[in-house]
Design a protein around this ligand. Structure first.
Ligand code: 5AD
Ligand code: SF4
Length: 441
């Protein structure tokens, strides 16, 4: 059957969609070239904010109306449960984020409607990849136990569970044999790898560098895989910025000096209410450790504006924190109460227009700061991994440096086109807020 998957939400969802694609192909199905061509369409949904959920449900509703076999997977399914069929009466099947491994079976069983929410066929799904690319996502940890007051993720993605290190290492080796040069390790809170359940066992070879913490030890093991060029990971919590992590950054050049470290707020009062388990000063101390290691260390973040009770003074604290941390990029979200979370019990008392204003202020700040951070790169030579021709201008190529900064450069007609995955030395000649312009040297 020809199928297509539409993906909403975070990289975890992108990875889950890829896994389902691989499972469907292994079961004899075929990726459709276009939506018109597809006989089966699946929407992978997000529910982190109400708008995100509405988008995915709206898209699924439109697809259902076309009369194809239609499925919904991901976070919104788990949140809605049975209600998903009330919202989408023509939906054929719905699968929660930890049951995605069942999708091929659901299709071969052919019994609809069907709802699967349990934790099932998870490890098989996690190990399945599509081949072809030079970059791959590898899920190392699923679920989350942090229970931040605003966040629906623990309800929909379940308890935190770290996959065995041995499985991850074997998976990355196989990917590299298939041409992968860069892996991005995924988890809601990757630095908690091996904290809730052991990821290493006694039969695993000891860490050559004497690493005791599970995550730095994983970085060490993956660094030893020859042919792998770059290791990234996301997302992180500042509590995980331990001395061993810093040592791993120093010792393993394959580990990219970029970290997505969501801060959410710069106000201690709001941070405490959110249950983030750090203060503004503790967060900034983690930033200082990373920047001490490397002043060019790229830091990105997530911020929520308009959290219940957020005053103008709280907001100003967020603004100044962002300036002090000097984020290279940031993602700003307007608070959206999610049913069943702790903060949803509080009045959503920051008016919509004020959330919008705070959002715009932080965006403008980031634009200026991004430009300033990037301008420092002008004149430097950076190692850029080629991704491919730029979408808008075929004579231009695009890639990323170790800090995940996008670099574009012109390739003259006579020049041999660079291959995806190749690492080039480029001199930066110009900078914008979101991209750097380079040239071959
Ligand atoms: N409202 C707004 N933003 C949220 N996020 C998580 N939950 C909410 C919510 N209820 C944001 C956080 C998180 C990012 C993925 O989404 O900033 O880091
Ligand atoms: Fe990702 Fe969270 Fe959205 Fe799920 S709800 S797709 S975990 S951002």
């Amino acid at each position: 059957m020809k199928f297509l998957i539409h993906t909403y939400g975070c990289q975890m969802n992108v990875r889950d969609s890829e896994a389902v694609e691989a499972l469907l192909v292994a079961a004899g199905h075929e990726k459709a070239a276009s939506e018109a061509d597809a006989e089966l369409v699946i929407v992978n949904s997000c529910t982190v904010r109400q708008k995100a959920e509405e988008k995915a449900i709206g898209k699924t509703g439109n697809l259902c109306a076309e009369g194809k076999l239609t499925g919904l997977m991901g976070c919104a399914v788990k949140r809605l449960g049975e209600e998903v069929f009330r919202k989408l009466p023509k939906l054929d099947f719905a699968v929660g984020p930890r049951a995605i491994g069942l999708i091929p079976k659901i299709i071969s069983d052919g019994v609809f409607p069907r709802l699967e929410l349990a934790d099932d066929a998870m490890s098989q799904a996690l190990a399945s990849h599509m081949s072809g690319g030079v970059q791959a996502f590898v899920t190392i940890l699923v679920g989350c136990d942090n229970r931040c007051s605003y966040c629906i993720v623990p309800d929909v993605r379940g308890h935190e569970y770290s996959r065995p290190a041995r499985e991850i290492i074997a998976e990355v080796r196989a990917l590299v044999e298939n041409g992968v040069k860069e892996v991005c390790l995924l988890g809601q809170s990757v630095l908690r790898y091996g904290v809730r359940n052991a990821a290493w066992d006694d039969s695993d070879a000891p860490s050559p560098g004497g690493y005791k913490e599970a995550f730095p030890r994983l970085l060490e093991a993956l660094s030893a895989i020859s042919g792998l060029e770059r290791i990234r990971f996301t997302s992180a919590h500042p509590k995980g910025c331990t001395d061993e992590l810093i040592r791993a950054y120093k010792e393993f050049p394959k580990v990219c000096r970029h970290l997505h470290l969501p801060v959410q707020s710069g106000s201690d009062r709001i941070l405490a209410d959110m249950g983030r388990h750090y203060t503004r000063a503790e967060y900034l101390a983690a930033v200082a450790k990373l920047r001490e290691l490397d002043p060019g260390f790229a830091l990105t973040t997530d911020v929520i504006v308009g959290y219940p009770g957020e005053t103008e003074a709280d907001f100003e604290e967020t603004r100044t924190l962002m300036e002090e941390a000097g984020f290279d990029n940031s993602f700003i979200f307007k608070y959206s109460p999610r049913p069943g979370t702790r903060s949803a019990a509080k009045p959503d008392d920051v008016p919509k227009a004020e959330k919008e204003r705070r959002d715009q202020v932080l965006l403008a700040d980031q634009e200026a700061r991004g430009l300033r951070r990037n301008a420092v790169c002008v004149g430097t030579v950076r190692e850029v991994m080629v991704e491919g021709p730029s979408k808008r201008n075929k004579a231009r190529f695009s890639g990323r440096d170790g800090g995940n900064r996008i670099v574009v450069w012109d390739v003259s007609p006579g020049e041999q086109a660079p291959r995806a995955g190749e690492v080039l030395q480029l001199r930066i000649i110009d900078a914008h807020a979101q991209i750097l312009i380079g040239e071959r040297i």
